[in-house]
Write a protein that binds this ligand. Structure first.
Ligand code: ADP
Ligand code: ZN
Ligand code: ZN
Length: 751
């Protein structure tokens, strides 16, 4: 196997003379740019490419994970070589095609191979060979609990009581420890006092059912046309198809039937979904209708995860459903990959390897020679571009099923609706409709877009808004720096204490969800409100609870961040309110308009899914933004046309490709010096091939957790241009750069 990164001057790779001995080449899970030779003691068996092993590494001989990438190397440094200490997989974890995928990710995302490979397999796999796990039952009724209990003990009992109410008792010991914060000993002591009971049970795949339910209905004409077009692709061979279907057009139904086509002939399918969709009805539907589904969600215990992985490898699981990491599911008989809501930014991983789940899915499909389907109500402009270039096909579901209308969207100019002197986020139109919906006992979803780490500076008394003197665009308050900033010219200013126009109290508009909670309590004291955001929803179980209560009609208003916009299907929701569409328009990111558009369309799709007619109210201070206007008309094509031509003119993706380097250090001067050094080297390499460079400059969030951040942004005319030039030279590029350097290829988050 070819070596990916030449790094000739590290100690392990230094040339030395001696008789050639048998060795293996190992990609070590560390930030190093070459593979290393190790001895493979014969008592460990025969080395095989793709095995995971543990090896001593570096001066301290720390034991690190590694993967055998070359089983038959000859080394002339036999006496200096270290030896493999442990073999984790008797049978190789990676086959040739997964290794090839790992190598592609390593090269394309500028990440050391060992780090990529170790990230492709859940760390629990291999460690948890045992087939049983410990579970806990509640053993004492509430009124029998002793009055004196420690906080953690109480929480353990509460968790179990809650689980019993929800009908999901017993809980695994591991899950219980995680959610209650209690230690294993604390839980065992509760068992000793007979307040709970512990038992051992075999690990099972709850979702691996064998007999799927029959189809509840026939496909409609649009769906049938899509299936007809997909049929030849599903027979095999690589193809990439964008399935562009409006919300509620029956895409999921198409996924189900496409997956069944391949499972019927004994192949496996992988369905990637945004993490949050794993707690919704959509998933229940998939489980009922598909055979032998393994769901990889974040609530799995290590044992379950390891067991599922094994079932997938053995071909026992026919379908894998999971978030972006499920793209690495080791299916030996892969027949189809589907990426649902392919435009979701959460498919991009924000730690190394910084891969994009959708793009890796397409690469994997092409390496494996299988079809990939990218579904969305609002396809990313990247995917649209690939359709326009003829690389991907596009199939459409332009209508909602059963003739349901798309919900009507009403754009509300918030500025006209807020009463002078009142600090309010819900204007009168929205408040009015909410009151009416509550009267009719219908449900409401309110969305507060919190991507906005930043907010407008706005005076509710006189409607004054702080604007940039040079650009006359809205200035935005940054929490990170506590300064007000213009996102067009980067001018910064201090936050004024009072309104410049009238001296009134200023409002930081967009600052968060708690403020709305208070307002709701004042305006609709009788309404039952639940909040759903990443602060309140720290476990899938909490999500489930709110979700179940809302489904059961025990809540009236669901208030959330964009989380709420995804994959939920509540028939009794008749009103969706977007409290502020603006925060996403003001983030300093060229995809801000696209995000706003996607968000509004997606949220609107939550309303009027069944017979209740859906109403959507979008509040904004910038009602004239095309993204807002076009989303209101469900006009994807119109939006795409405008946005595409602007991107093309500005030489932005998808017409170009970006690679971003972030250089971090806790001393500003050192961070800056390192960034200069790196930029100089990159410039010398890349200017001759026409790659443009911006920076180094302080990042938009210049300091995070006391680390100063500098950004270098490279823009290339075509994919892979930067990688081709710097890929093999990373070690040299980073030598003597005394700061942490992060490479982010096709960055999604530009802050
Ligand atoms: P999407 O994934 O495009 O938002 P879904 O597949 O969730 O749409 O379909 C929306 C609703 O319509 C679901 O409740 C689904 O059961 C129903 N549905 C889908 N296809 C049909 C059909 N052909 N006939 C009747 N109902 C359908
Ligand atoms: Zn400005
Ligand atoms: Zn004022």
């Amino acid at each position: 196997m070819a070596r990916l990164f030449e790094d000739a001057d590290t100690a392990e790779a230094a040339p030395a003379d001696g008789p050639a001995v048998a060795a293996v080449g190992i990609a070590v899970a560390a930030g190093v740019w070459s593979t290393y030779d190790y001895l493979y003691p014969s008592e460990l068996g025969t080395p095989a490419v793709g095995q995971r092993v543990r090896v001593p590494f570096g001066r301290g001989s720390r034991k690190l994970l590694g993967v055998v990438v070359d089983a038959q190397r000859l080394s002339t440094r036999g006496d200096k070589l270290k030896a493999v200490v442990e073999v984790l997989d008797a049978r190789p974890m990676f086959d040739q095609s997964m290794l090839a995928l790992g190598e592609w990710i390593s090269e394309y995302y500028l990440t050391p191979l060992g780090m990529v490979l170790s990230a492709m397999v859940p760390s629990a796999v291999g460690r948890h060979a045992e087939k049983s796990e410990t579970v806990a039952f509640l053993a004492a009724e509430r009124h029998d609990w002793p009055s004196r209990l420690g906080g953690r003990q109480k929480r353990v009992l509460d968790e179990l009581l809650e689980a019993r109410k929800q009908g999901i008792e017993p809980l695994t010991l591991e899950g219980l420890m995680h959610h209650s914060g209690a230690s294993r000993d604390t839980i065992k002591r509760l068992a000793g006092r007979e307040l709970i009971r512990l038992a051992s049970r075999p690990v099972t795949l709850e979702s691996l059912g064998d007999e799927p339910e029959p189809d509840p209905f026939d496909l409609n004409a649009d769906q049938q046309a899509v299936m007809d077009a997909l049929a030849p692709k599903l027979a095999g061979g690589f193809s990439a198809t964008v399935l562009h279907g409006v919300t509620g057009s029956g895409k999921t139904e198409v996924y189900i039937r496409a997956i069944r086509r391949v499972t019927q002939v004994g192949k496996q399918a992988v369905l990637l979904v945004p993490e949050i969709a794993l707690a919704t009805q959509t998933l229940q539907r998939l489980l009922k209708r598909l055979p032998r589904v393994a769901v990889m969600h974040s609530g799995l215990t290590d044992a379950q995860r390891a067991f599922y992985w094994q079932q997938i490898r053995d071909g026992e699981a026919s379908v894998v459903v999971g978030p972006r990491s499920a793209v690495f599911a080791p299916t030996p008989k892969l027949g189809l990959i589907i990426v649902d809501e392919e435009n979701e930014p959460t498919y991009k991983q924000d730690t190394a390897p910084r891969y994009h789940g959708r793009d890796v899915a397409v690469k994997r499909a092409s390496l494996a020679g299988v079809p990939v389907i990218l579904g969305s109500a609002t396809p990313s402009l990247e995917s649209l571009h690939n359709v326009q270039l003829g690389r991907y096909d596009c199939l459409r579901l332009p209508r909602r099923v059963q003739g349901l209308p798309l919900p009507t969207l009403e754009i509300v100019h918030l500025r006209r609706e807020i009463q002078p002197g009142r600090v309010e986020l819900i204007g009168k139109t929205l408040a009015h409709k909410m009151a009416a919906a509550l009267d009719r006992r219908e449900q409401i979803i309110l969305l507060m877009n919190r991507r906005g780490y930043a907010s407008y500076v706005f005076c509710p008394s006189c409607k004054w808004e702080m604007k940039c003197e040079s650009c006359s665009r809205a200035m935005v308050f940054h929490q990170a720096t506590q300064l007000v900033m213009c996102h067009y010219c980067n001018r910064t200013a201090a936050l004024p204490e009072h309104c410049i126009a009238c001296g009134g109290k200023l409002l930081l508009f967009g600052l968060g969800i708690q403020r709305i909670e208070g307002e709701l309590a004042r305006k609709f004291p009788a309404a039952r409100v639940a909040r759903m955001d990443s602060d309140t929803m720290t476990s899938p179980r909490q999500f489930r609870k709110v979700f179940d209560d809302f489904s059961a009609g025990e809540l009236d208003i669901l208030l959330g961040t964009q989380m709420v916009g995804k994959g939920l299907d509540f028939p009794r929701v008749s009103l969706v309110g977007v409290v502020s569409a603006d925060t996403s328009l003001t983030i300093p990111d060229f995809r801000a308009s696209e995000r706003t558009f996607q968000l509004i369309v997606q949220v609107a799709g939550r309303a009027g899914r069944a017979d209740t007619r859906g109403d959507v109210v979008v509040q904004t201070l910038h009602a004239d933004e095309p993204a807002v206007q076009l989303a209101a008309r469900h006009d994807y094509d119109g939006f795409a046309e405008i946005e595409m031509s602007q991107r093309q003119e500005a030489l932005l993706p998808p017409f170009t490709r970006m690679v971003r380097f972030i250089v971090r250090h806790n001393q500003q001067l050192k961070a800056e010096a390192a960034a200069r050094e790196l930029a100089g080297r990159l410039g010398r390499l890349l200017a001759p091939v026409g790659v443009a460079m911006m920076g180094p400059a302080p990042a938009d969030i210049p300091k995070i957790r006391d680390q100063f951040r500098f950004s270098i942004l490279l823009t290339a005319q075509r994919a892979g241009a930067v990688q081709q030039v710097v890929g093999g030279r990373m070690a040299a590029l980073l030598r003597d750069v005394h700061a942490e350097v992060i490479a982010d290829v096709d960055p999604v988050n530009l802050l």
